[in-house]
Write a protein that binds this ligand. Sequence first.
Ligand code: SAH
Length: 216
Amino acid sequence: MLNNFQSKRQQMVDSQLIPRGIRDKRVIDAMKKVPRHLFLDEALWPQAYDDHPLPIGEKQTISQPYIVALMTELLRLTGREKVLEIGSGSGYQTAVLAELAEQVYTVERIPSIAKRARRLFDDMKYRNIVITIGDGTLGWKEHSPYDGIIVTAAAPDPPRPLLEQLGIGGRLVIPIGNEFSQDLIVYTREDGNDYSEENHGGCRFVKLIGERGWRD
Ligand code: SAH
């Protein structure tokens, strides 16, 4: 297909990301490159680059482009990092991370969603993504420590295993709040068991369901 939505992506960057303060050049380049529409049902392609979340089945959603860019920017990736994502969903955020980090591990609790994402990663030849099915509130200890952890579902509190699986200087980006609204929080592991916390404002995500999240 000739139209791979390149101009839609440029428009998305110019109208949704730059005016709201996304500055990291590498993040902007990744947002221009990754074909967001391919992570959605074809019926939704015309809306793929619009300024809102969209359904991906199983009552889950792909995040709004701005939120993907913001969360990614908050991880401060340079290309050498090992990153853990909780909530693979469509796989779009995962692909953006894979453009910007060395290695991405991602955990999804719903098998049908994880299988679809895995197929896309294979088709799109992302060789630095490993996806597994499981409860991401427990992290993925085997590959820890991580330079960055991103949770794309809302939690009541930061799950302890995720804080513990951060390396020194590592950053956890996660929406914290109740089931209707949250704040985007960055926890940075300063030293030993010392964490600093920054609030990056309001957001709304689907629930993080698991042992250290909400009950189903
Ligand atoms: N980044 C994704 C967001 C998908 S919505 C995207 O932009 O497409 C959040 C996802 O988190 C859903 O797919 C949901 O099934 C998943 N999820 C919720 N709780 C989880 C848990 N404990 N472990 C792993 N995935 C979880």
